[in-house]
Structures are given as C-alpha cells and as structure tokens.
Ligand binder design. Structure first.
Ligand code: SF4
Ligand code: SF4
Length: 357
C-alpha cells in the first residue's frame, strides 16, 4: 500500500533517529528571496570569505551556486536536514590554562573524519526513504559540507534551529555543537516550521570574539576569524591578528563556548567524537616539531589535516609567542632557522613577542 506524504515525513524523522541523528527536519528547496541567502551573497560580494574559493563557485551563467538551490539542482523539491551532536563531556577553551599547550576546536577532537560519520548515517536515512517510497524515479543526493547548499540556512527553515548572532545554527535543546548533513530530494514534502530566533538582546558571542571578527550580528568577517586564520589561511597570518589568536592552533570555539544555549548542551556518546588530551589540548612544542610522518599518522582521518602540517606548525609557533613562556625561547630560535620560511618568519615574530614582555 502506498504511503501518504505525512507517513513518509514521519518515517524520515524516525529513520534519522534510528541512524543516530539528534535532530531532523524538512525545508522547502526554494526559499525565494530569503534574507539568509541574501546575507550569504552579500557576504561573498564584500570579500568576507577570504581564500575560501569553494564558497564562491558559480554556475554556467555566473550565478553563485550556493545563493539558490534551484540554480544548480532545479529538480529538488525538498531538503531533509539531519543534525548530529558532537559535544563531548570535556572542558571549554576558557577552562584550560596550561600555557605550554594549544587549543583545538571541538569539532576536530575525534579521530574520525566527521564527513564520513555523518555521510554514513545520511545514507541510511536515504536508503529507508527510497525503500518506503518504492518509486525508483525519485532523485536523492546526500551532502555533508561539500554540496551547493548553505546547510545552516536550510536547517533553520527545517526547524532544526535558528541562526544565532554568532552565525552558528542553535537548537534550543541541544545547543550549537552540531554537524549538519542534507538530503536533497525530488519528493514534494511538507516543510516544518522554521525555529524562532531565541538570541534576544544577548550579545555575548559578539563581545567575546578576540579578533573582533563580527562586523555586526550574524555578519562575520571570516578573514579576521581565528577559525579561518588557523585552518583555511595559507602562508603568513597578518601580524595585527596574531596576538588575538591566543593559544588556538586549529579553529576557535569562543563564540560558542560563551553562548548560554550551550550551557546545558547534552554530551554525545558517539565513539568517533571522543577525544584524548593531545587532540584537544596538544603540547605546543610537540606540534611545532611534528614530522611529516607524525602528521600523517596522527591526523590521518582527522579534520585537522585541512590545516596541513605547515599551517599547524605555524599556528603552534604563534601560540608559543602568545604564551609568554620564556622556556620556548631556545626552541623558537631553532624554528627561526626552519626550512619552512613561513614557520621561520612566525618564529621570529614569536621571539620578538616574548622578548617584549
Ligand atoms: S570562532 Fe573565534 S574568532 Fe571566529 S568569530 Fe567566533 S570567537 Fe571570533
Ligand atoms: S551568545 Fe547570545 S547572541 Fe550569541 S548566539 Fe548565543 S544567544 Fe545568540
């Protein structure tokens, strides 16, 4: 017996739960003149994406692919959004003060590549959807980060959460430590109601950003953000931003750590997300001396690979300069002669920084 659309929607939510997702919702594919997607186009036009060229990819007519799903996938009628909590019962960056160690963003604490973890679960939901609908002509495509979709915008329209002033998707119950995955489908499903904005008059995230990366609420200048500077930026980090990076060696969670909606965020038991000390609070000297082999072996499946060995060593050197620890001076002198000119230049900066104290 053919299922009704209502039954299929219930089945999607149920199979998302069975696949291990914490949240799921359905958004319409066409968002019309959505304010959030307009924000995205304006953000790109203002050059706030820095060197993240993949966000600026365009179709044959020169239109931004991510500005409207119908530009690149006119067959899509609905977007199923699934969210997986990656918060673990471990400390916040503001609670760790070992000056000889750096800080890694929470999403990269696990050993696994989250794209694969989320994709495997999405495929499960996709398979049960296709099986239940029983119509081989329906089209479905799964994406985790890599598709022509601004996931958090569709997540907001799917009722999974609202886009906070820190630009993250926040759910009232689970907070903002969420990986998002989407299934685009040609099935016409009834969308969920968008979640209401619960930021209110709060500005904690905007006030706490150490590099003043927020131009305004929900408007991030990525070129000033520590996440961009320590992960995406190749070559030299602008000198005026190095101090604000503090001890961050890969990403930054400050604007999420201070968010009141994360105070009671539940902890995930997903084994792939459980960290060990050298993954979330690594020794700076160890990082700065990482060999090619060590880098490959330690971060084989980790999102940290994205920073590349050179970037990670550069970031560790900046964090040493910011630590104020004179005991790093001999190592920094050595690193100032490094065969990697970027590491060497940042080490010279770090020596000056420590000497100026
Ligand atoms: S991630 Fe860090 S640097 Fe980037 S906006 Fe948030 S607080 Fe600022
Ligand atoms: S810190 Fe406050 S303003 Fe920022 S995202 Fe959280 S609730 Fe919204």
């Amino acid at each position: 017996m053919a299922r009704s659309i209502g039954q299929i929607e219930a089945l999607i939510k149920q199979s998302a739960t069975e696949a291990g997702f914490d949240l799921a919702g359905i958004a319409p594919a066409r968002l019309g003149d959505s304010q959030e997607l307009r924000f995205f186009s304006d953000w790109i036009a203002a050059g706030r994406a820095g060197e993240m060229a993949h966000l600026e990819s365009r179709d044959g007519q020169g239109r931004l692919k991510r500005a409207a799903l119908e530009h690149v996938a006119p067959w899509v009628r609905s977007v199923i959004v699934c969210a997986l909590n990656y918060n673990t019962a471990h400390p916040r960056s503001t609670e760790c003060h070992d000056s000889e160690r750096g800080w890694v963003s929470r999403y990269a604490w696990g050993d696994a590549d989250y794209h694969e973890v989320v994709m495997a679960r999405l495929r499960q939901v996709e398979a049960s959807l296709r099986e239940e609908v029983g119509d081989s002509t329906i089209v479905t495509r799964c994406f985790v980060d890599t598709g022509p979709v601004v996931e958090r915008v569709f997540a907001a329209y799917a009722g999974v959460g609202w886009i906070g002033k820190n630009t993250c998707l926040i759910n009232q119950r689970t907070g903002s430590w969420l990986f998002l995955g989407v299934i685009l489908t040609s099935l016409e499903l009834a969308p969920d109601l968008p979640a209401p904005d619960r930021c209110g008059s709060c500005t904690r995230c905007l006030d706490a950003c150490p590099t003043q990366a927020f131009v305004a609420a929900r408007k991030l200048d990525a070129t000033r953000c520590i996440s961009y500077l320590t992960i995406e930026k190749r070559g030299a980090i602008p000198e005026e931003l190095r101090q604000g990076i503090g001890n961050h060696v890969f990403g930054c969670d400050i604007c999420q750590d201070v968010c009141p909606w994360n105070r009671k965020a539940p902890a995930s038991l997903t084994p792939e997300f459980q960290p060990h000390l050298e993954r979330f609070h690594p020794a700076l000297a160890w990082l700065a001396n990482l060999s090619d082999e060590d880098f490959r072996a330690c971060f084989r499946a980790s999102p940290i690979r994205r920073a590349k060995r050179s970037g990670l060593r550069r970031n560790a050197v900046v964090a040493m300069g910011n630590s104020g620890e004179r005991r790093f001076a001999p190592l920094l002198q050595q690193l100032a002669q490094d065969s990697d000119p970027i590491v060497a230049e940042h080490a010279e900066w770090a020596i000056r920084k420590i000497d100026d104290l």
